[in-house]
Design a protein around this ligand. Sequence first.
Ligand code: SME
Length: 205
Amino acid sequence: MHLLFEQVLNISSSIQTKTEFWDHIYSQVEVLIDGQRHWISNLANASSVIFNALLAFPKFFGRSEDKAVNWCGFYIHSKYFPAPRHPPTVTINDADRLLLGPFCGKPACQFILVDPKKAARGVCSEAYLQRQTVVVGDVHSHPGHIACDGDTKSEIVIPLILEVGGESHVLGVLDLDCLAVDGFNDEDKVGLEKIARLLANACNW
Ligand code: SME
């Protein structure tokens, strides 16, 4: 395990393109989550691998030297969270919410409403309800964007979709924030969607 993290953080000389970068991250996540299927553990390590690799490559995300990506994590629909057991009588109205899941970065909002009958508020709820990746080049001019960190300038949100028996289930979203305007592009979308598919299929929900 220790060696895996060293590989993630010490690869700058071998990675030349974003495609190579995302292929590398994909293989690191694949190896890390091999052997068990609990989504909390798998998403925790996935957010750490992605976040730390992004910190090592600011030039790919609009910054020359300093870190570019300031948040990477998951919001998962409340129905996939384990029911509270202590005390056994507790009831929580978590319907139609994405709850904060494993992440790396500063503290973020605890939940985001995703009621399909109401207008989406926030990039995460847009991606969840549309079942499509949303790339926001400038969060300050994006209506409804929820600001968790005032330094964030751009964002990409990828839905986690599981296809089972001809039905597709949206489990939640993978969200990345960047300190540069236009930090994410189509190559990031392709790379992250592949990782999102891997995670959706590699976990029990
Ligand atoms: N910006 C997101 C909220 C989550 S934070 O960025 C971590 C949104 O608009 O949904």
